[in-house]
Design a protein around this ligand. Sequence first.
Ligand code: GLN
Length: 492
Amino acid sequence: MVDTKLLTTPVSQLRQLLQERDISSVELTQAYLNQIDAVNGALNAVITICREQALEEARVADAQLAKGQAKPLTGIPILHKDIFCTHGVRTTCGSRMLDQFIPAYDATVVSKLKAEGVVVLGKCNMDEFAMGSSNETSYFGSVKNPWNLDCVPGGSSGGSAAALAAGMAPLVTGTDTGGSIRQPASLCGITGLKPTYGRVSRLGIIAFASSLDQAGPMARTAEDCALALTVMAGVDAGDSTSADMPVPDFHAALNTDIEGLRIGLPREYFNDDLDDAVRNRVMTGLGELEKAGATLVDIDLPHSHYAIATYYVIAPAEASANLARYDGVRFGHRCDKPKDLVDLYLRSRSEGFGEEVQRRILVGTYALSAGFYDAYFNKAQQVRRIIAQDFHRAFEDVDVIAGPSAPGVAFPFGAKQQDPVAMYMEDIYTLAVNLAGLPGLSTPAGLIDGMPVGLQLIGKPFDEQTILNMAHRLQLDTDWHMAHPNLEISAS
Ligand code: GLN
């Protein structure tokens, strides 16, 4: 029998059970490992399971808990997206290129959480090099959505989102370059937070697009995200783009009084293109916030419609530079018996990278080439600045900007795979937030025909607190975030 109650309990309550010794970390860890064993065959959400290591970490956590030396997350199990380097544990980034990669160090996020005493259960499947919105580009096969196994979980942190929704861990990590935390959170019915660019160190996170990538927590509740972000955040001497800003205790500072806060609704998001059912759920969520004292106002983000085109020049350009290191010599898969150096490069990269990654490298290299740099890359950088200015101007009048997290609910496998542009549209509501470097959060807003949909809250730079407060308030007033799929999942 699956202990659904335990496997869907938020971290905030699990830590009390641990601290009061009502449950041990070993018992908790074993319960999640059992659930991983039971459902991963059907979902394919986890690539690597760290069974022995997790139980050992849980024993250490129990000893700390017994001595009364526990920190807020001591003994809490976690799954990391397979983009975070983990010392001695295979880290694939969803790619054949890194199929055999065993890092010699931990990403800063991983080591910070480790120092807190969290228990690493394993590594989650993802779109290859975090490129995708459906988890269909992983070398390790696609991840199934636990709400409907015929549908995608979203991407690229789809393994993390599916694992959390299916009770395989109470806390998971993700990264978000254009929507990869918020969109899968929306499609799997969980809470996901992309922090402000620079809030969380990128050291040891395999780079996709360095000016956009940002790591964040995904959990059942905003409160849990606040607990995790407090540990994950902070300046890092090893990442010169990490921000030297004080990190508040986001959890201690949670404030449910949202009276008088102004929420901006961009006309460009709530236009005729918005699906009616999604609009209905999002507006119902916003209605709850209004009842709690917030004011809804219409705003303009006049350059929103350039976001996709801008992102799909900048992200591939940066990716093409970042992925140049995988040449079969210094890093990555090496082809068998190369004839010469050119053959080594060609075959190693053709064999190691999947189709979508190769497409991005081609687009990015083209946009950066001498003849086209000004026409594409430079132009995209200029438009990026204008998009960011739209947000900054809007924030002179409002505290938070709200919209959908994704254009619809989870879609069937194959539905958008043949049409890259249709797939790129999945991030229409999330991309601009990365271009502007802002924090964004997706919180569940109920179901459409049995499938979850998310409400997105966008904050001012480094003001994760206000969007966490607002989501927390919504989650106190509604129970959409506690909806979960049947946890008894078996392969069909
Ligand atoms: N879906 C977007 C892309 O494919 C965003 C991915 C991400 O945020 N990592 O680039």
